[in-house]
Design a protein around this ligand. Structure first.
Ligand SMILES: [Mn+2]
Length: 432
């Protein structure tokens, strides 16, 4: 058996490197330690179906013949797998960008002092002509940016920038990245925020509390998205827009942030030639009259509501359900046949529980396969109404760490919303 793993308190670089290694070594099972950083955890909870990782509890240590360690070179910072330290005949491959001397003695290594470990792996993926999906590229670039402070930390190298360019070419999504990373907030950004707060106004558009703020920038300020993000939080409005006239570059930059379910910033920004997702987006225009931009945004918010996507547009149906007295054996074979990861359990048309592949871990003996599903199903089931927004669904999935939400109206199951359904929405892969 081959395993790839990384350090405890897993950050984006470590997580990205683990996934990248599982592409370079397709036989290797990616294993994450129990402790991962909160932002990585949030990312994982909505991307779990795409980035399948195991925990050490599922790995029989004695079977591990090859261990691939990424982004760390000391045993002490690995999880339970450090039990292998004394193991003989274990092949160890190391990918690490730290130059300190560690106590892992690899059979083979790629160790270079670059800003992010994922840089080394992206170079290899590129050499081997492995195809990356936009979602993989997004994760990898998140790791690269986090470890290099968006390529501003002194440890950043040209190699890191080449890797970043390659990931952007592979369509890494910067909006997704900025919503998961904590970006830099410095003196320049502080000044812009202060200016914006001094002239802040709030009003109601289409029932939403909105603040639009126009500002002339004397020189270039990066990370304005962070400023607009904080501005919205301080004003506590449903949506905030910064309309920035950049005199030096002779252009107008529009950044929006929304916290309201029906108010889709991505939709508004796309109408202006930009892009984004429901909670965040931006557009860059040629020099225009900022008042005209403000009017345009107001009109787009007015027309926004009908266009907003609801759960019922995304959910999968019909739903395969099982009655509570179905045997676990039957459920297992149905899961395989239908290619599902779980089923709602329904009695007299009412939802009484959920059974998922994970629940099969509760089975201790072969004979328990004869037991009815109601003995192993989860009974406190989270559901969602068809008229709710995908943002609301994503919030529930992240908060309760669940992969599928039954869509229920008047106690009837209409469909089921999976992580992948929700992700399609966030990455705008929906057909128009
Ligand atoms: Mn790192």
């Amino acid at each position: 058996m081959q395993v790839v793993t990384t350090h405890k308190n897993t950050d984006f670089d470590a997580m990205a490197s683990t996934i990248a290694a599982s592409i370079l070594y397709p036989e290797a099972v990616p294993v994450l330690p129990k402790q991962v950083n909160p932002n990585v955890k949030a990312f994982l909870s909505i991307h779990k179906d795409i980035f399948k990782t195991s925990s050490f509890d599922d790995i029989p240590l004695d079977d591990v013949k090859r261990l691939i360690v990424v982004d760390i070179n000391s045993w002490g910072r690995l999880g339970r797998i450090r039990g292998l330290k004394k193991s003989k005949n274990l092949e160890i491959l190391l990918w690490d960008h730290h130059s300190n001397v560690g106590d892992i003695k690899p059979t083979w290594k790629c160790q270079e002092p670059v800003g992010a470990n994922i840089t080394l792996m992206v170079r290899q993926l590129k050499q081997e002509k492995k195809i990356l999906t936009p979602i993989q590229a997004t994760l990898f670039l998140a790791g690269l940016y986090e470890d290099t402070g968006n390529l501003t930390f002194p440890a950043s190298t040209a190699e890191d920038a080449y890797a970043a360019a390659y990931l952007l070419e592979r369509k890494a999504d910067l909006n997704i990245i900025s919503s998961f990373l904590r970006p830099a907030y410095g003196e320049k950004q502080k000044n812009v925020l202060f200016e914006m707060l001094r002239s802040a106004k709030r009003d109601k558009v289409n029932g939403y509390s909105v603040s639009l703020n126009k500002l002339n920038l004397k020189d270039y300020v990066d990370n304005l998205a962070v400023v607009v993000h904080m501005y919205r939080e301080i004003l506590n409005v449903d949506a905030a827009f910064g309309i920035f006239m950049d005199e030096e570059r002779n252009r107008c930059m529009i950044i929006g942030r929304s916290n309201a379910d029906g108010l889709d910033i991505g939709l508004i920004m796309r109408s202006m030639g930009g892009g984004g997702h429901p909670a965040a987006g931006s557009a860059v225009l040629k020099p225009v009259n900022p008042d005209a931009v403000e009017d345009m945004i107001r009109e787009l918010i007015q027309g926004n509501q009908q266009a907003s996507v609801q759960i019922s547009d995304l959910m999968s149906f019909p739903v395969y359900t099982v009655p509570p007295d179905t045997s676990m054996k039957k459920v297992a074979s149905m899961l395989r046949k239908k290619g599902c990861t779980g089923f709602p359990v329904v009695e007299d048309g009412k939802l009484v529980g959920m059974i998922s592949r994970r629940d099969f871990k509760k089975l201790k003996k072969e004979s328990q396969l004869k037991a009815p599903v109601k003995a192993f199903m989860k009974t406190d089931v989270m559901t969602i109404a068809p008229g709710k927004s995908p943002t609301e669904a994503a919030r529930l999935m992240v908060k309760h760490d669940i992969g599928r939400l039954p869509v229920v109206e008047n106690e009837n199951i209409l469909g089921i919303l999976t992580r992948s359904d929700t992700m399609l929405y966030f990455y705008y892969l929906l057909p128009d």
